[in-house]
Design a protein around this ligand. Structure first.
Ligand code: SF4
Ligand code: SF4
Length: 367
């Protein structure tokens, strides 16, 4: 395992982090908690959870595991979050997390999911930021940090206000240009950078042909290529992978362990391929799950990704067989654009719906 210093905190954390949002059996707390122990034994020391993850089981699983992890005598670091704008609610979230996690102090406490600059202003006005800093002064939080889906230049604004010691953001070969300035700003300000969604929500693995350019070493798998791409960037402290089972942990750990520095030519080969188009892909983060008429927006936008790829699968078939839905579901769309406001990639979702309808219509005409 590789270890990196988290910004200027003096704390060294593992280059691969445990994301607690994808447990395959979240109701089986004992089995899921064993995964954290296994990860610790494999050298992972950064563990990330949040209230609400896995139908609110994740923090409970972490708490169960942490009791055992404390007995191991090796350092580990826990991250959790609050998305509340009001001070009193932040305090309630924090106290609940401390209790559930079996901790006296949380290492990395996130002002979570800052989606727009208006939202950020709301966190300050509502007292959330001040409350997080107060909790740090009381010793309940070690490092105040934030997580965000803002574009890079707006992340810079928050970073430069100087409240936080680190940032967690979605970053992968798919959207790297979109967030580049945020990473740059964090690094210039000596902050830790935790990258979530390093595999583009599965898009990279599922579209191996499109992302083959990430495989530059002999016998490198697409998973290794995607993670090594992020290992190349010394500004990134932790690559956070959501683990469903033990096998996922073993595969990701061995992918990180097999990292070898790239030559200049290998590096520029990759950079040449990261086209601006990749900014415009859906990462299936599901933050658009806000539709008042219950349209599963991400299923359609993810399917529309294929309009940008040379995949063999027809979009109509993907909707039907992968997502179990069809275009008629879109008939109830009122065009309120709430999904667009919530989209972490700021995608023009209604345009994607139209493009998808057009493509599938053409497919049907061809028979
Ligand atoms: S624009 Fe359509 S799909 Fe999006 S939230 Fe509104 S009704 Fe739902
Ligand atoms: S449409 Fe946007 S918010 Fe929805 S899953 Fe895709 S990237 Fe995420």
């Amino acid at each position: 395992m590789f270890y990196n210093e988290y910004g200027d905190t003096g704390v060294k954390v593992s280059a691969l982090g445990f994301g607690g949002m994808r447990f395959e059996e979240p109701k089986n707390h004992g089995k899921s908690a064993e995964m954290l122990l296994h990860a610790l034994h494999k050298g992972i020391t950064y563990f990330d959870t949040a209230p609400g993850y896995c139908e609110d089981n994740s923090e409970i699983i972490f708490g169960k595991a942490i009791k055992e992890m404390k007995k191991e005598g090796v350092p580990f670091y826990v991250s959790t979050k609050t998305n509340k704008p009001k001070a009193a609610d932040v305090r309630r979230d924090l106290e609940k997390s401390l209790k559930r996690l079996n901790l006296e102090r949380i290492d990395f406490y996130h002002c979570w999911y800052v989606l727009t600059l208006d939202d950020w202003e709301g966190r300050k006005k509502g007292g959330a930021v001040a409350e997080i800093l107060k909790a740090r002064d009381e010793g309940l939080i070690r490092f105040p940090v934030f997580s965000t889906h803002l574009p890079g230049n707006e992340i810079r604004n928050v970073v430069e206000e100087g409240y936080f010691r680190g940032v967690t953001l979605g970053y992968s070969a798919i959207n790297s240009p979109y967030r580049e300035d945020g990473i740059k700003a964090a690094s210039e300000n000596k902050m830790g950078v935790v990258v979530m969604n390093p595999l583009g929500g599965g898009t990279i693995i599922q579209n191996e042909e499109t992302f083959n350019f990430l495989k530059v070493k002999e016998n490198q798998s697409i998973l290794e290529g995607a993670l090594h791409f992020l290992m190349l960037d010394p500004r990134i402290t932790v690559r956070l992978v959501g683990f469903g089972n033990m096998h996922n942990i073993d595969t990701a750990v061995s992918a990180i362990d097999s990292f070898q520095p790239y030559t200049e030519a290998e590096l520029s080969g990759i950079e040449n391929h990261i086209e601006s188009d990749f900014n415009s892909l859906c990462t299936t983060c599901m933050y658009c799950n806000v539709c008042p008429v219950d349209i599963p927006v991400w299923k359609f936008v993810e399917t529309a990704n294929s309009l940008y790829f040379n995949t063999k699968e027809k979009p109509g078939n993907r909707l039907k067989w992968h997502w179990g839905t069809n275009l008629s579901v879109l008939d109830s769309c009122t065009e309120c654009r709430k999904c667009e406001d919530a989209c972490t990639q700021h995608l023009p979702i209604l345009e994607r719906f139209e493009a998808l309808k057009e493509r599938i219509g053409m497919e049907q005409q061809r028979g």
